[in-house]
Design a protein around this ligand. Structure first.
Ligand code: NAD
Ligand code: ZN
Length: 263
C-alpha cells in the first residue's frame, strides 16, 4: 500500500472513533508543542540529546548556584513560550472542546499553549504545573515572576518568601512529587472517558504511563498519536506514528488553513 493511502485509512478510522465517542479525554505531552518550535526532551534534537540536563528538585533545594541557574533557564524558556503560537494540534483540541466532545484535557506541558488556544482553565489539568509564577516551597504562597526577577537583579540572590521558604517556579521539577489533588483529578477524568486520546507523549513517565490504562480499565477506547512508538501502542484501538499537525490538518483542513493564513 502507498503511504498516502495508509494515512487516509488511519484518518478514516480515527474519524470513526471520534464520531462514536461522547466523552473524550485527551492527554498531551511535549510532542504537541514541538510544531510550535518548543523542543521536547527525548526526541532526536530534544533537550536531552543536546546535553541540557534538568535541574532536579533536590539540586534546587541544596544549592544557590542551581537555584539561580534554574531561574535563568526559566526566564529564557518563558520568553520562548511567549514567542510560540498554538499550532494545529492545540487548536484542533480546542475545537473538539467547543464542539462539546472533549470533556477534559490533561497535559504534562508547562507552556500554557492550551490556554492560549482557548481551553478554559477548569477543563485543563496541568499535572506538571505551569511556569507562569513562583511559589514558596514551605507555605505555597505565590510570587509573581516580575517580583522574582526584581529580587534577583537587585540582590544577586534567589528569592525567599516572607516565611523564609525558598521560592521555586510553580512547576513540578524532576524529583518532585505531583500534588495529590492534581493526580486525583487526572485519574477521575480518565475514568469518565469513553475515548482516551494521547498526543505527543512517549508514555514513559508517570502518571502519563498509567492514565491510558485507567481509562481502558473503565471501558474507554484508546488512540495514541505519537511520532515514535510507545509502550502502550499494543493496547490502543489506533496507534498512529504521525506528526500531530498532519493528523489535525487532515481532520480539520479549514482550521489549519486559517492558522497558516494568520501566521
Ligand atoms: P517526551 O519528550 O518524553 O516525548 C515527547 C514525544 O512526542 C516523543 O515520543 C516524540 O516522538 C513525540 N513527538 C514529538 N514531536 C511530535 C510531533 N510533532 N508529532 C507527534 N509526535 C511528536 O515528552 P513527555 O513524554 O511529554 O515528557 C517529558 C516531560 O517534559 C513532560 O512531562 C513535560 O512536563 C516536560 N516538557 C514540557 C515541555 C512543554 O511544556 N512544551 C517541553 C519539554 C518538556
Ligand atoms: Zn512561604
Amino acid at each position: 500500500m502507498v503511504p498516502d493511502a495508509e494515512f487516509n485509512e488511519e484518518i478514516t478510522a480515527f474519524r470513526g472513533l471520534l464520531a462514536r465517542a461522547e466523552r473524550i479525554v485527551a492527554l498531551t505531552g511535549a510532542g504537541i508543542s514541538t510544531e510550535s518550535g518548543i523542543p521536547d526532551f527525548r526526541s532526536p534534537g530534544g533537550l536531552w540529546t543536546r546535553g541540557i540536563k534538568p535541574i532536579t528538585y533536590q539540586d534546587f533545594v541544596a544549592s544557590e548556584e542551581a537555584r539561580l541557574e534554574d531561574w535563568r533557564r526559566r526566564f529564557r524558556m518563558n520568553e520562548d513560550f511567549a514567542a510560540a503560537k498554538p499550532n494545529a494540534g492545540h487548536l484542533g483540541l480546542a475545537r473538539l472542546m467547543q464542539e462539546g466532545k472533549l470533556l477534559a484535557l490533561v497535559t504534562q506541558n508547562i507552556d500554557r499553549l492550551h490556554q492560549r488556544s482557548g481551553v478554559p482553565d477548569e477543563r485543563l489539568v496541568e499535572i506538571h504545573g505551569n511556569s507562569g509564577e513562583g511559589r514558596c516551597l514551605d507555605c505555597r504562597t505565590s510570587m509573581p515572576l516580575i517580583e522574582v526577577r526584581r529580587i534577583i537583579d537587585a540582590t544577586d540572590a534567589s528569592p525567599r518568601c516572607a516565611c523564609g521558604g525558598l521560592v521555586k517556579a510553580a512547576i513540578v521539577s524532576f524529583g518532585e512529587r505531583i500534588p495529590e489533588s492534581k493526580l486525583q483529578r487526572a485519574n477521575e477524568v480518565a475514568e469518565e472517558a469513553d475515548l482516551f486520546l494521547v498526543f505527543g507523549s512517549s508514555l514513559q513517565v508517570q502518571p502519563a504511563a498509567t492514565l491510558p490504562l485507567i481509562a481502558k480499565r473503565s471501558g474507554a477506547m484508546l488512540a495514541i498519536i505519537n511520532r515514535e512508538s510507545t509502550p502502550l501502542d499494543h493496547l490502543a484501538e489506533i496507534a498512529m506514528h504521525r506528526p500531530i499537525g498532519a493528523v489535525f490538518s487532515a481532520l480539520y483542513p479549514q482550521l489549519v488553513s486559517e492558522v497558516l493564513g494568520s501566521v
